[in-house]
Ligand binder design. Structure first.
Ligand code: NDP
Ligand code: 8X3
Length: 255
């Protein structure tokens, strides 16, 4: 790579986002890593610098807060301000209940993060990409739950259906600006996802992956970096990846 490209990753403090930061750093990209847990961002920054000699800028903010998102982007130092690739990864599932029993606070957290947070960041970053006139690439973390709905998945599935629709919409609206849009749609990935979904119940979270070999954050990161490294005239619209033991949201082979 001649000039180092700049990648902004939301939700880099854990799981897929953290693995994606490592994978891009290994390929020589410059990184803007974000998330709410600033101590984790600082540790990741040191590790990426040490291991890969990466240039890393960290910005700690909550994607649900539009003013914080805008301020964080405004505050970017000049050598990180020209963003080539945005990875919209920050997201969560909260709760797993029938629709009549779901907690409203869980619904708000998922809708505000997975849909509205993604929109706030996308609006700000795509305008920067348009202003510089050199194209760009937006990579959204969808899910197999973006086209299928499973029992108790209701609101989480709805947010990932929204990401699916928004990825399509972005691809259309940003066409004239040469901004590529990729939706990465994984099945089961063992990260902090289920611990967060079950509000810290680690034993219940472990049970989700018992009897099958789930994807890892690294597996998904590899797909993300592969899509990003295609030549400029190639757009990878979607990648669906599942564990070998999972066909879709409904069919899993558990030993
Ligand atoms: P993790 O819980 O391990 O990571 C989630 C990341 O999102 C963390 O870095 C967290 O950072 C960040 N995040 C959550 N809320 C906010 C917020 N309000 N503001 C800023 N950052 C936030 O889960 P995964 O790595 O598994 O999930 C990453 C993405 O992949 C999500 O969009 C998820 O829906 C999607 N996905 C996951 C699958 C799975 O099975 N694990 C399958 C398909 C898709 P912090 O808490 O520090 O703010
Ligand atoms: C995460 C995968 O199956 O828990 O998007 O919805 S699943």
């Amino acid at each position: 790579m001649t000039t180092k490209k700049v990648v902004l990753i939301t939700g880099a403090t854990s799981g897929i986002g953290e693995a994606t930061a490592r994978a891009f750093a290994e390929e020589g990209y410059k990184l803007i890593i974000t998330g709410r847990r600033s101590e984790r961002l600082a540790a990741l920054k040191s590790s990426l610098q040490e291991q890969f000699g990466a240039e890393v800028y960290l910005a700690s903010f909550d994607v649900r807060d539009k003013a914080m998102c805008d301020a964080a982007l405004e505050a970017l130092p000049e050598d990180f301000a020209d963003i080539d690739i945005l990875v919209n990864n920050a997201g969560l599932a909260a709760g797993l209940e029938h629709i009549n029993e779901g907690e409203v606070s869980d619904w708000n957290a998922m809708i505000d993060t997975n849909v509205k947070g993604l929109l706030y960041i996308t609006r700000a970053v795509s305008n920067r990409m348009i202003a510089r006139g050199k194209g760009g690439h937006i990579i959204n973390l969808g899910s197999t739950a973006g086209t299928q709905v499973y029992e108790n998945g209701n609101v989480y599935c709805a947010t990932k259906h929204a990401v699916h629709a928004l990825s399509h919409g972005m691809r259309i609206d940003l066409l004239r600006h040469r901004i590529r849009v990729t939706e990465i749609r994984p099945g089961m990935v063992e990260t902090e996802f289920s611990v967060v979904r079950f509000h810290g119940d680690k034993e219940r979270a472990d049970g989700v992956y018992r009897g099958l070999k789930p994807l890892t954050g690294d597996d998904v990161a590899e797909a993300i970096v592969w899509a990003a490294m295609q030549p400029d005239h190639v757009n990878i619209s979607e990648i669906v990846l599942t564990p070998t033991a999972q066909a879709d949201s409904y069919y899993k082979f558990v030993e």
